[in-house]
Write a protein that binds this ligand. Structure first.
Ligand code: NAP
Ligand code: GCO
Length: 264
């Protein structure tokens, strides 16, 4: 029997207050996992705890900036005390800054790299020793179309997500012998707060040009939803994927396979 169950597993989803992280955590809970999540804002934490409760999920939420190594170590220790050693880590927390590269300051570039690439290193480094002791572990890094493609204004984000793809492969290479699988999940264009600016209706009520562009570039002819990621994430977190390692599973409606629809 293929085992997609996460019964009794402890999962940490960074940035799991809303958006993609919340949906992944919800899916894990449905599969039986105990949920821990973190974010930086008390307001987001309080709202998220209410949202999890409304779905019947007894999630544990923590304020922790994933770029702060000492805070991350303390977070992992707290989770181990309250829920147990972490079996599943999803490095989901992330930001984007859409600025033309030559207008972007070095600090702005560094901030994106810090959250989107350095932090997955920091959090993975904090949880791997526990996984080794336990004899198994799953690490899922939330990559992106920008792990494969570039576009205007997202230089820092693409550099970070490209690096995250290779960090994924390196963790898989270095820790596979400890029965730790590290894979990426690569969402396409998903309707969350992070992409809201790309979907805003124009003053005349028409679609945002980028919105229309993504529809033309996606065979599914729609934006993805966080719910589209739930099944793939459970697969990567479950025993069913124990021989999948160093892979990035793209959940993009076919964008990476498609040249795009000819404009009318
Ligand atoms: P989102 O709606 O902006 O949510 C981001 C989450 O991360 C929030 O909970 C945020 O909470 C948290 N966060 C941000 N910086 C943090 C930090 N330094 N420490 C701790 N928590 C932090 O983003 P999303 O669209 O759900 O995206 C989630 C992940 O998927 C990101 O890695 C993103 O790059 C990736 N992704 C998104 C898409 C898409 O189309 N939406 C596609 C591909 C990949 P606080 O602000 O309260 O900290
Ligand atoms: C953008 C978008 C994308 C998505 C996602 C695509 O500005 O192009 O924000 O980067 O967030 O990463 O997979």
């Amino acid at each position: 029997m293929v085992n997609f169950s996460l019964e009794g597993k402890v999962a940490l989803v960074t940035g799991g207050a809303y958006g993609i992280g919340f949906a992944i955590a919800e899916a894990f809970a449905q599969a039986g996992a105990k949920i821990a999540f973190n974010c930086r804002s008390q307001k987001h934490l309080d709202e998220a705890l209410a949202d999890y409760k409304a779905k019947g999920i007894d999630a544990k939420g923590y304020i922790c900036d994933v770029t702060d190594e000492e805070a991350v170590k303390a977070l992992v220790a707290q989770i181990e005390k309250e829920l147990g050693v972490i079996d599943i880590l999803v490095n989901n927390a992330g930001i984007i800054k859409r600025i033309p590269m030559c207008d972007m300051t070095v600090d702005e570039f560094r901030q994106v790299i810090d959250i989107d690439l350095n932090a997955p290193f920091i959090v993975s480094k904090a949880v791997i020793p526990g996984m080794i002791k336990k004899g198994h572990g799953k690490i899922i890094n939330v990559c992106s179309m920008m792990s494969e493609l570039g576009r205007e204004t997202v230089s820092a984000y693409a550099a970070a997500k490209g690096g995250l793809k290779m960090l994924t492969r390196n963790i898989a290479s270095e820790y596979g012998e400890y029965n730790i699988q590290c894979n990426g999940i690569g969402p396409g264009y998903i309707a969350t707060p992070q992409t809201a600016p790309l979907r805003e209706r124009q003053a005349d009520g028409s679609r945002h040009p980028f919105d229309a562009f993504i529809i033309s570039k996606t065979p599914a002819a729609r934006w993805g939803t966080p719910e589209d990621l739930m099944g793939p994430a459970v697969f990567l977190a479950s025993d069913a994927s124990d021989f999948v390692n160093g892979h990035v599973l793209y959940v993009d409606g076919g964008i990476l396979a498609y040249i795009g629809k000819q404009p009318k």
